[in-house]
Design a protein around this ligand. Structure first.
Ligand code: CA
Length: 262
């Protein structure tokens, strides 16, 4: 497999510098779960990065997240030259993953109901610089570190997030809610899915973080920020983030992908 195209390539850990990007990914089972239902992958030449967090009985969650990563990266890199906007490309790549998983679940009863979150980053190079496009469904997140500030770019598709937005829950209550794991959008569970897509102009030295909720359940945003500020390189930063989530109990699988623009 080409070093520039890895899926689900960061099962253990990988770091790579390609184009103007520094990339590191790390996924870990954690301290409680017996399997890792997270998956992540990237195609650096295409500027595509993705993290998925699967769900479903038996091995179904693992199947869903790996299928989503592979399908998303395959579609995205194969159709990069199509005359469509990055937003359309991302929507189609997400739909391709959705269809593949949904169909497999229909065909194999033991995989019925499987699904996965998906958060992805597409870095588009233009004459004016780099544009970051983020597509997601579920509660895996994208953050961006710029000028010493960490900003969460995605809004979780989760029950507690929606309740918070309606003013029915405080953040503190949401974090402690027994319903906090319930997501309101996922890949593969229904015939169709509509990801949220956002874009922003990226700047040199921007650091994008894609992660599963295994990270954000254990670490507060300030703690994530502190590690990202302390570590100059993406690889040790990814390792430390996961290690800290595990030190807090590692109740869930944790996946981190870091992409810095140079
Ligand atoms: Ca999870």
């Amino acid at each position: 497999m080409c070093a520039r195209s890895r899926f689900p390539g960061c099962k253990a850990m990988s770091a790579i510098t390609v184009r103007n990007l520094e990339v590191a990914g790390y996924t870990d089972r954690g301290r409680v779960r017996s399997v890792n239902e997270d998956a992540c992958g990237f195609h650096a030449d295409a500027g595509l990065f993705v993290v998925c967090d699967g769900m479903g009985g038996a091995a179904a969650g693992e199947v869903a997240s790996h299928m989503a990563v592979e399908s998303f990266i395959r579609y995205g890199s194969d159709h990069l030259g199509d005359r469509v906007t990055p937003e359309v490309l991302l929507r189609k790549a997400v739909l391709a993953a959705n269809q593949e998983i949904y169909q497999r679940a229909q065909d194999q009863p033991k995989l019925e109901g499987m699904g996965t979150t998906l958060v992805s980053l597409l870095l588009e190079e233009t004459a004016d610089g780099t544009t970051a496009w983020v597509a997601h469904a579920g509660d895996s997140r994208c953050y961006r570190l710029r000028g010493g500030k960490l900003q969460q770019l995605t809004l979780d598709h989760s029950l507690v997030e929606e309740q918070m937005r309606l003013g029915r829950l405080t953040r503190r209550e949401a974090e402690r809610s027994p319903y906090r794991a319930i997501i309101t959008r996922a890949i593969g569970t229904t015939e169709d899915v509509e990801p949220d897509v956002l874009r922003e102009a990226a700047e040199v030295d921007d650091l994008y973080l894609l992660c599963s909720d295994g990270l954000t359940r254990e670490l507060r945003d300030e703690e994530i920020l502190q590690i990202l500020l302390e570590e100059a390189e993406v690889q040790p930063a990814a390792v430390r983030l996961v290690a800290k989530a595990n030190a807090r109990g590692g109740h869930d699988n944790t996946t981190v992908m870091l992409v810095r623009i140079r």
